[in-house]
Design a protein around this ligand. Structure first.
Ligand SMILES: Nc1nc2c(c(=O)[nH]1)N[C@H]1C(S)=C(S)[C@@H](COP(=O)(O)OP(=O)(O)OC[C@H]3O[C@@H](n4cnc5c(=O)[nH]c(N)nc54)[C@H](O)[C@@H]3O)O[C@H]1N2
Ligand SMILES: Nc1nc2c(c(=O)[nH]1)N[C@H]1C(S)=C(S)[C@@H](COP(=O)(O)OP(=O)(O)OC[C@H]3O[C@@H](n4cnc5c(=O)[nH]c(N)nc54)[C@H](O)[C@@H]3O)O[C@H]1N2
Ligand code: SF4
Ligand SMILES: [Mo]
Length: 736
């Protein structure tokens, strides 16, 4: 399909036709069967319903909504929601529906590719799996020999099979694993673990009052929260949104405050001030469950609403009123815990302040509040312990670069610095599975610099992402509709304590192979085969061994519910914190010389000739991944720079004008979009555009790459990338 067709609406018939075109191209990969099947499917669609229906779970984002794939003569013709799937409230979003265009995407990787020219030059040689795996195993072994086994970094993305990449890393002998989480939500996890001893789910459906700050649930979809928020709002729930942009969530809220970016901490400390000083909390609950009330009371005295107004630009009278309203609705009220917290250098402390207000509302383990994870009863298959290598490094390469880093997740920012510096030891190999750090890690130039330091880099992906594009070896993976995956346990919220299954709707296309197969093959070549001596069927059976009714329910409904307690899980139990209570004042932080209660530090002031650059999602795209999807790309075919009309006017920029955006680390061009709903000191652009990869049609050289502009600051405690700390200048193209 030529790029000129990209914005043309696609009818179902046209869609199948072009999928057919894609499949024709794919005959190079040896799959003419698909083309015949497509033709048959068009015929079947006109006549009687001969479709086979396959239960699966969506993977167009991390939410795992239940779906039923309609398979007509070996071809997925349509994806329908699974009505029995409570987590997704029986629905699929636009991206979920567009999964079919990912499956039959002409940009799909079809066979193993070995780099020929320079990295990023785009010269590839098609190789056999045998050659590809031999080559990869040889390279991994050479790095292990020369630099120890920790010389290889593993990056498993968010995926049900990523657990096998983790296992492979430990069997191979590397501590160096960096997941997507340090570019996503680890500062939130850190904050809640260090307050409640657990990361909560939000009981959005039953909450009477929600304050949502730095989250955009009507565009950044989390199921069931996004759907429940809409239902609860119809039932009278009050929603207050803090966001420097007038998002769709702000538009549907009762109140929106365009908070001065980076100052939310002042707002939450002031809420705590009011709740404590006006004695709006439940004193008995506080005495029994909370630790550090005295310290918190003293700590919040200076943080008055009047003081917070100066920092946040939210009027003091509203802060006071919101605190009172929250307390009146408690415990069925909450500060929504949020998800992506890759924002500021003090993100953990911002989230700690949010958690502290939640603690004061007494909403933990209560209807309409924050919920603990529920047990779904999946078993962990027992596998041989990973070997111990005496001659290996003792610590991760990014160890010690953040005060409270999660050792299992690491920090992409700090690992990248460690690799560039070659300190504390060289890391020379990179195995990437289903992650695209060239677009999802701030400061793309630095990621390129890191890649220059490597002897070998391989990517397992479904498309030629920017990260695959820079790799030495690219291996094609099947998409979720072609995979048999481990069983998933979904634990959160009032909607689910369930297990869900993903079985292939169609066989793997082209020469794609699942990552478990790839890892087994590599393990065999590295004399580690005994640690991977299992298959997916066995693994799934083991996972379900304590759930005798699950297999039948999964076959009949695509989901199995384990009736388990939703509220009151903590009755009679202690909290998994050092004090065994909910920690307003964190004992461990105190011992480590960190602020035991969040202390407000103002964000760096924005220079008058600059803007703060912020990120945010669109409902039709996932991260930097689906922008080239032919069905979704129709909603937005390039990104724009959101800028306030007054700011644009000052710079002589009109709506649609081409502009140049410069940061200390990059320079990008795109069109301006005048938006009265963004603060005058802030600009925004959508992510995933301006791809380096020529393998992503419609995204390569289209729009601007925000990862190339963002500087790479990190949250001091967790090492979470801090993606809202960049200031940029904007000028009309030609005027710069
Ligand atoms: N459609 C869609 N849904 C998704 C995803 C997707 O890619 N697409 N991704 C999923 C994933 S992995 C995640 S982590 C979640 C992310 O879910 P969210 O965290 O809700 O998503 P974002 O859109 O990143 O929202 C961040 C918001 O913070 C605002 N903001 C920036 N600075 C400040 C500030 O200082 N204070 C306040 N109060 N607000 C600020 C931004 O303008 C933006 O609107 O979404 C999930 N759902
Ligand atoms: N610019 C920018 N950066 C961000 C964010 C942002 O909003 N903007 N958000 C942050 C957040 S919250 C997150 S969670 C991270 C996400 O960032 P990443 O974890 O890097 O995830 P994605 O960008 O979704 O990239 C996923 C990759 O997996 C590939 N893929 C998709 N399906 C499959 C499959 O079935 N098998 C295989 N093998 N590959 C597959 C895609 O082609 C893509 O290359 O980004 C973070 N960084
Ligand atoms: S929210 Fe949408 S894209 Fe994400 S899993 Fe659910 S249906 Fe799929
Ligand atoms: Mo995320």
């Amino acid at each position: 399909m030529s790029s000129s067709n990209i914005n043309r609406p696609i009818s179902r018939r046209n869609f199948l036709k072009w999928s057919g075109a894609a499949a024709t191209a794919a005959t190079v990969g040896g799959q003419p069967r698909v083309l015949h099947a497509l033709t048959a499917a068009e015929g079947a669609a006109a006549g009687e319903d001969t479709a086979e229906k396959v239960f699966s779970i969506c993977d167009m984002c991390l939410n795992k909504c239940g779906l039923i794939a309609r398979v007509e003569d070996g071809v997925v013709a349509k994806l329908d929601p699974n009505p029995k799937f409570l987590k997704s409230r029986g629905m699929l979003c636009a991206r979920g529906n567009a999964g079919i265009a990912q499956l039959y995407d002409p940009d799909r990787l079809k066979y193993p590719l070995l780099r020929k020219g320079k990295r990023g030059e785009g010269k590839w040689q098609r190789v056999s799996w045998e050659q590809a795996l031999d080559y990869a195993a040889e390279k991994l072994a050479a790095i292990a020999d020369q630099y120890t086994r920790c010389g290889v970094l593993f990056s498993p993305g968010s995926d049900t099979q990523s657990q096998f990449v983790h296992r492979f890393a430990s069997v191979f002998g590397s501590w160096n694993v960096v997941t997507h989480e340090s570019n996503c939500l680890i500062s939130r996890n850190r904050a809640y673990l260090d307050t409640f001893g657990e990361v909560p789910f939000a009981d959005v459906l039953h909450s009477k009052y929600i304050v949502m700050a730095g989250a955009n649930r009507f565009e950044a979809l989390i199921t069931p929260d996004s759907i429940d928020l809409m239902t609860a709002r119809k039932n009278g729930q009050k929603l207050v949104v803090l966001d420097p942009r007038y998002t769709k969530t702000a538009a549907l809220a009762d109140e929106w405050y365009p908070v001065r970016p980076g100052t939310d901490l002042a707002f939450f400390l002031a809420l705590a001030h009011v709740i404590i000083n006006e004695k709006l909390y439940d004193a008995d609950y506080a005495a029994e469950k909370l630790s550090g009330m005295e310290e918190l009371t003293a700590h919040v005295q200076p943080y008055t609403p009047e003081w917070a107004e100066k920092e946040t630009e939210i009027p003091a009278r509203h802060i006071r009123r919101i605190a009172r309203e929250l307390a009146a609705a408690a415990p069925a009220s909450m500060i929504y815990p949020g998800r992506r917290t890759s924002d500021y250098v003090n993100s953990t402390q911002i989230r700690r302040a949010m958690a502290i207000v939640n603690a004061l509302l007494g909403n933990w383990d209560q209807p309409g509040g924050l919920l603990a994870a529920r047990q779904v009863g999946l078993s962990s298959p027992s596998l041989p312990d990973a070997p111990w290598y005496d001659d290996n490094m003792m610590e991760r390469a990014d160890h010690g670069r953040a005060h409270m880093m999660f050792e299992e997740e690491g920090s992409f920012k700090h690992m990248r610095d460690a690799i560039i510096e070659g300190e504390p030891y060289p890391v020379k190999g990179w195995f990437v599975y289903k992650m695209n750090p060239l677009q999802s890690g701030a400061n793309q130039a630095k990621t390129l610099q890191m890649i220059e330091k490597l002897d070998f880099m391989m990517s397992v992906d479904i498309a030629m992402s920017d990260t695959a594009w820079m790799s030495d070896l690219v291996l094609p993976a099947p998409s979720y509709l072609e995979r048999l995956d481990p069983i998933s346990g979904l634990q959160g919220s009032a909607a689910c304590a369930c297990v869900a299954t993903r079985v292939p709707a169609v066989p793997a296309l082209f020469e794609s192979r699942p990552v478990l197969w790839i890892l087994k093959e590599l393990a065999n070549r590295l004399d580690l085969g005994e640690y991977f001596d299992f298959d997916m069927e066995w693994y799934r059976k083991e996972q379900l061994k304590d759930l005798p009714d699950a297999e039948k329910a999964l076959a009949e409904d695509g989901v199995y519910y384990n009736p388990s307690k939703l509220y009151g899980i903590y009755e009679g139990k202690i909290y998994r914190t050092k004090s065994k209570k909910i920690e307003l004042h964190n004992v461990r932080y105190k011992e480590m010389g960190l602020d035991p209660i969040p202390v407000y530090t103002p964000p760096k002031p924005i220079p008058s000739d600059k803007f703060r650059l912020v990120l945010g999602r669109n409902a039709m795209f996932t991260h930097c991944t689906t922008n080239h999807n032919r069905l979704l790309n129709q909603f937005m075919s390039e990104n724009t720079l959101w800028i306030h009309p007054d700011s644009a006017d000052r710079l002589g920029i009109g709506d649609g004008d081409p502009v140049v955006v410069k940061s200390p680390v990059g320079r990008e061009s795109l069109k301006a979009e005048l938006k009265p709903g963004i603060r005058k000191d802030t600009v925004y652009m959508a992510s995933g555009w301006g791809a380096l990869s020529k393998g992503l049609s419609g995204v390569h050289n289209t729009g601007a790459c925000v990862a190339a502009l963002m500087e790479d600051y990190a949250d001091a405690l967790s090492g979470n990338m801090a993606m809202h700390e960049t200031f940029v200048s904007v000028a009309r193209k030609g005027a710069a």
